[in-house]
Design a protein around this ligand. Structure first.
Ligand code: ADP
Ligand code: MG
Length: 355
């Protein structure tokens, strides 16, 4: 096992810079997820760690070693892709053992490592099947088995579950997490799915447009997003954003576009009239008989365990999440109260967090 360190790593294709300077320290044994919208540079970064893509600037370390000029096969990494990339004419056992065969490992050693990996992944009874005789989930397990058999220092995953249906994806993400808890191999996992990132990661790296936006444990990102991008990207249903003006006549308030006021947390470094964006998580908004914003319920979505509804005034729309089955229906005029300590306050121009 090994740590992975990126020092000011950059990538450009000709004049186009697709990754700004990335600094990242991944600890030995850590499971780090790179997440961000399509095209933000996740695969490029992963492929540079793998050595499949040249680095335009900066240094990549795997363990103590700078690997910028080390060939992929000598980096002691194993990669799992979205397209399982199995050899169609080889059975499961050969697919899994192939890299060891290339390394001229002993036949019995290969067989025992293939057996052990197959057992771990529940593939023992499929060893003689060809890839086309397997389901998507089984193929993805073979691709993971092939990586495990090599016992690499680092696993690199590029959207490995994206080809699976929703239910299997949920199942497999738990499997991959359980596998990491057993093997404890340093892992870098790329996905565009923030729920996958939240559920699997020790730490998440949120990227946008080739720039790292924030790095941290899932709940830190959820509770204290560093900017509006991270705030909107992490969480489902997503955070509500309201444009407002800061007012300090008395206590600190946000004056919303429709004139209503929202009490803000104390101690914000703002002067009267500053343009802010207030972020409210749907689950922090409560129905109240007497206080809070006044809004009309537009749509109610009963989910059984919980209820989601949308409420609006002329200027604002809010998504509200409540556990259970609150008695609201479309057309109701409700009061919605929010604890100031649960608010996120951002600078409207820079998008940066202020509280
Ligand atoms: P992601 O994996 O986050 O979806 P990628 O890392 O694949 O994003 O791509 C990042 C950006 O780099 C994209 O804008 C993409 O168009 C660009 N890009 C990727 N490969 C090349 C290439 N070979 N030449 C030019 N641009 C590329
Ligand atoms: Mg990609």
């Amino acid at each position: 096992m090994a740590s992975v360190t990126l020092n000011k790593v950059r990538k450009n294709y000709g004049a186009v810079q697709v990754l700004q300077e990335v600094d990242l320290n991944i600890a030995d044994g850590e499971f780090v997820v790179l997440v961000g919208p399509s095209g933000c540079g996740k695969s490029t970064l992963l492929r540079m760690i793998a050595g499949l893509e040249e680095v335009s600037g900066g240094e990549i370390h795997i363990g103590e070693r700078v690997v910028n000029d080390v060939a992929p096969k000598d980096r002691d990494i194993a990669m799992v892709f979205q397209s399982y990339a199995l050899y169609p004419h080889m059975d499961v056992s050969k697919n899994m053992g192939f890299s060891l065969m290339l390394k001229k490992a002993e036949k019995t050693a290969i067989a025992s490592r293939v057996q052990a990996a197959a057992k771990r992944l529940g593939l023992n009874t499929y060893l003689e099947r060809l890839p086309r005789q397997l389901s998507g989930g089984q193929r993805q397990r073979v691709a993971m088995g092939r990586a495990i058999v090599r016992d690499p220092k680092v696993f690199l995953f590029d959207e490995p579950l994206s080809n699976l249906d929703a239910k299997l994806r949920v199942h497999m993400r738990a499997e991959v997490k359980a596998l990491h808890q057993q093997l404890k191999t340093t892992s870098v996992y790329v996905t565009h799915d923030q729920i996958e990132a939240m559920t699997m990661a020790d730490r998440i790296v949120v990227m946008n447009d080739g720039v790292v936006q924030q790095v941290g444990p899932p709940l830190d990102l959820y509770d204290r997003p560093a900017n509006i991008f991270v705030a909107g990207f992490i969480g489902s249903p997503g955070m509500n954003f309201l444009h407002a003006t800061f007012s300090k006549t008395g206590k600190a308030d946000a004056v919303l576009a429709d004139g209503q006021k929202l009490r803000l947390p104390d101690g914000l470094p703002l002067s009267d009239g500053a343009a802010i964006t207030v972020g409210l998580r749907p689950e922090h908004i409560r129905l109240s008989p007497t206080e809070g914003l006044t809004a009309e319920v537009e749509v109610v979505e009963p989910l059984g365990l919980s209820t989601q509804f949308y409420a609006r005034t002329e200027e604002l729309e809010l998504c509200v999440f409540a556990m259970g089955r609150p008695t609201v229906k479309a057309g109701d005029v409700v009061r919605l109260s929010i604890d100031p300590s649960a608010l996120h306050v951002f600078d409207q121009t820079s998008g940066l967090r202020l509280n």
